[in-house]
Design a protein around this ligand. Structure first.
Ligand code: FE
Length: 348
């Protein structure tokens, strides 16, 4: 992120023309990205962005600590854009004061308000439905609700990762938003009693549990179906995926809970204009299609085609509740998950 030769040359040229002294990185046409999202997904998008705009991208990839880092860097932070999964991270970024509103007519026109933070302090770029993976052999259903998961008929038959994983915290927060605290707690206790085992492992391992006959239903995000089917490093996961069908909960009612990945414009972004251009690109038909094809996620922009594989899972109705409302209930959800000892698994 230092001033390059090209940058210095541009800077000199601009000096002559305007007499201004623009920030070095602006003149070079750069944008600095801190990314929790992985290189295989982000690098192709950034290459396309640079090819089209000539703006150079500098990326720091990490699995944790980026929000804290931007906060610690303060006014001198080189960060322009934070890319991350999950409502929890997006909310944390805003709560810790490292964001600023994304003021863009392009974004306003392309991304529905339900997928944007308050004052556009974050922008949802992809959707990930939290669904039920049901055994093809043992579950003769083609629809289900989240509420059904607490029905005693599923005793000992449900696999799920830690209740405190952000995906599940957001799901429980959405139940709180729709059902209120009393009904949600009763529901969560019911789900806990129906677990086949203590919550552990990632979403894919829950599907493996169905494959292995440990459970009949697993809770997971949709794109893991795509990952299991296409992961060349783990060919055995194809069989796990083949043993289940996806049921989109509540699709006949309020709709399936959909979490997001998204972008935050850093509060002190030194290359703000380029940062806006990048976020607009990620929200464009082209960017949205790339996310969908590479990572089997749902575009948040209306009218962008789903990948063929994602289409094969069928259409569904997404819960249209504002993610801001869900974000506001995450803390209460997390406390409830602890209070009822969800991660202890069933009591008998
Ligand atoms: Fe994930």
């Amino acid at each position: 992120m230092r001033c390059t030769f090209a940058c210095a040359a541009t800077l000199a040229a601009l000096f002559v023309i305007s007499g201004d002294s623009p920030a070095c990185s602006d003149a070079a046409g750069e944008v600095n990205i801190y990314s929790y999202r992985q290189p295989y997904l982000i690098e192709p998008l950034l290459k396309e962005f640079s090819d089209e705009t000539g703006i150079k991208t500098n990326v720091i990839f990490a699995s944790k600590g980026l929000i804290e880092r931007i906060h610690a860097e303060g006014r001198n932070s080189p960060a322009d854009v934070l890319l991350t999964t999950d409502l929890g991270n997006l909310s944390q970024a805003v709560a810790s004061g490292i964001s600023q509103p994304v003021t863009s007519d392009v974004i306003d026109a392309s991304i529905p308000e339900s997928y944007r933070g308050v004052n556009d302090e974050w922008i949802g770029l992809t959707g990930r439905a939290r669904v039920v993976y049901a055994s093809k052999d043992r579950v003769d259903l083609d629809s289900i609700t989240y509420e059904d998961l607490a029905d005693p008929k599923w005793r000992g038959k449900i696999c799920i990762r830690s209740g405190q994983h952000p995906y599940n915290v957001a799901l429980v927060a959405s139940m709180l938003a729709h059902l209120g605290p009393e009904k949600t707690e009763a529901w969560l206790r019911g789900v806990k009693e129906n677990l086949a085992r203590k919550p552990a492992g990632n979403d894919r391992l829950q599907v493996k549990g169905v494959y292995a006959g440990e459970c009949d239903l697993a809770i997971g995000n949709t794109y893991y179906m795509g990952k299991m089917l296409t992961d060349k490093k783990h060919p055995e996961q194809k069989e796990w995926a083949a043993s289940v069908k996806i049921l989109f909960p509540n699709t006949a009612g309020r709709g399936t809970h959909v979490n997001v990945s998204g972008a935050v414009l850093a509060k002190n972004a030194p290359n703000k204009d380029n940062a806006l251009k990048l976020i607009e690109f990620l929200a464009s038909d082209e960017g949205q299609t790339m996310y969908a094809e590479v990572n089997h996620e749902y575009p948040t922009k209306d009218g962008v085609a789903w990948s063929e594989l994602v289409q094969s899972w069928g259409t569904f109705k997404a819960d249209s509740i504002s993610l801001n409302e869900i974000a506001g209930l995450r803390k209460a959800a997390s406390e409830m998950i602890d209070k009822i000892g969800f991660n202890d698994g069933p009591s008998s």
